[in-house]
Unconditional design. Structure first.
Ligand code: NAI
Ligand code: SOE
Length: 384
């Protein structure tokens, strides 16, 4: 029997639930060289923690995350806390000899991300792995798009359009950590543009080399402090839009907003190339649209591919028969299967971003903020 990967989780709210679900499900659906074992969950709210651990199957719980770092039994730690604590926790865990899977964005600031990348480099010398939960890479439709691009089905990439539109950040939403720069780093930008920058880099396999211009707006500057009637300052962007170009010459536009009223989780990306185009929209996450330019003008158009066919679409064989569709939570389980494979020195189904990779996404985030602030173009070579 393979030795389980003794695992711990820090954070027990939204991502705490999504990740706990993945830890509980992954070995039921995937044949893994080493399955994870749910050793310990750590979070701040002691009153809720025991019930959380019981419900999701964690053997132990603690309000002191450093207990997890100090426990020699634990091999893998999942960091699902707000952005400003990613660096402190991930660096301490790597220094304690753990593999670390951290939530996105890698950090709230480029300085934190840089320190995390350096810690990951040091830890890699001792065989420790890092991972970042850019979960949308794990939708089978994105996996198919990745493979079609590698098979040169769209040829040279000319144009990327990526938008991530949400609606939950209107004036009625209280001042949770996501609206405070000291906790989040930025607003819709780090929260949502991080995902679509990652997707654009992952799918094209190319790096962004220049931001040509950007605009950032904070529409709602004052919000109710949770649990009170008082107001506090919301000091992050509500929307950031920017234009960029890739090393191979392709141009790109990115838009992130949390005040786009009719859109709930509209994460979409379209890639237009010399031989074809691809389009993904998370609100229809099982579908990939593919246009093959060789179909010609008479019959050409978007093909609608249902990405649930075992043997044809990444991760599909682990789940249900054709078109018995997958949802948000499957992305996390698919990713955890790959994390377990990598820790067991096996190949993941699709490449997983590590801290170095996520640092490159963080540089793009930073360059776009500089571009918006200074109203200039910014070359990525200037952002280190
Ligand atoms: P949340 O506010 O729902 O939960 C945060 C958790 O962290 C809580 O359990 C809280 O007690 C704990 N926590 C906060 N500070 C802590 C500290 N110093 N030590 C230990 N525990 C601490 O936040 P949510 O939505 O779960 O976000 C967490 C992270 O996940 C963020 O980085 C966010 O950007 C990312 N995220 C990623 C998503 C994705 O689709 N990949 C979706 C939602 C969030
Ligand atoms: C909120 O905007 C949020 O939960 C983000 O934090 C996630 O990263 C995104 O996937 C869904 O929306």
């Amino acid at each position: 029997m393979a030795k389980p990967i003794q695992s711990a989780l820090i954070g027990q709210k939204f991502m705490g639930r999504a990740h706990s679900n993945a830890f509980g499900q992954v070995a039921k659906f995937f044949d893994l060289p080493r399955p994870p074992a749910l050793h310990t969950v750590a979070a701040r709210d002691g009153a809720e923690l025991a019930a959380f651990a019981e419900r999701w199957g964690w053997a132990n719980h603690t309000t002191r995350w450093r207990d997890v770092a100090a426990d020699p039994e634990i091999e893998l730690v999942d960091v699902a806390t707000p952005n400003h604590v990613h660096a402190e926790q991930s660096i301490a865990l790597l220094e304690a000899g753990k593999h670390v899977a951290c939530e996105k964005p890698l950090a709230g600031t480029l300085a934190d991300a840089r320190a995390m990348r350096a810690a990951a480099k040091r830890a890699a010398k001792k065989g420790r792995k890092t991972f970042v939960w850019f979960n949308y890479r794990r939708a089978p439709a994105i996996g198919l798009a990745y493979r079609l691009i590698r098979e040169k089905r769209i040829g040279r990439v000319y144009h990327v359009r990526a938008t991530y539109l949400q609606s939950w950040g209107g004036p009625g939403t209280p001042l949770v950590w996501r609206f405070q720069k000291k906790h989040a780093g930025s607003g819709a930008h780090g929260d949502l543009n991080a995902h679509i920058i990652d997707l654009a880099r992952f799918l094209t396999g190319e790096e962004i080399v220049e931001i040509h211009g950007a605009v950032s707006r904070t529409f709602i500057q004052s919000r109710t402090i949770p649990g009170t009637r008082r107001k506090g300052r919301s000091d992050v962007d509500d929307a950031v839009l920017f234009l960029a170009s890739f090393k191979g010459g392709a141009v790109a536009s990115f838009e992130a907003t949390r005040v786009a009223a009719p859109h709930q989780n509209a994460n979409s990306i379209e890639i237009n190339g010399e031989k074809g185009s691809l389009r993904f929209d998370f609100e229809d996450m099982n579908l990939l649209r593919f246009h093959d330019a060789s179909d010609g003008d008479r019959e050409g158009g978007w093909r609608r591919i249902m990405c649930t066919s075992a043997g044809n679409h990444p991760y599909a064989e682990a789940w249900w028969p054709d078109a018995h569709i997958l949802g948000y939570e499957h992305g996390f389980t698919n990713m955890l299967a790959d994390v377990c494979r990598v820790i067991a020195r096996k190949k993941p189904e699709l490449p997983i971003p590590d801290f170095e990779d996520a640092y490159q996404t963080q540089r793009v985030l930073e360059a776009a903020l500089l571009s918006a602030r200074n109203r200039t173009a910014v070359k990525l070579s200037e952002v280190r």
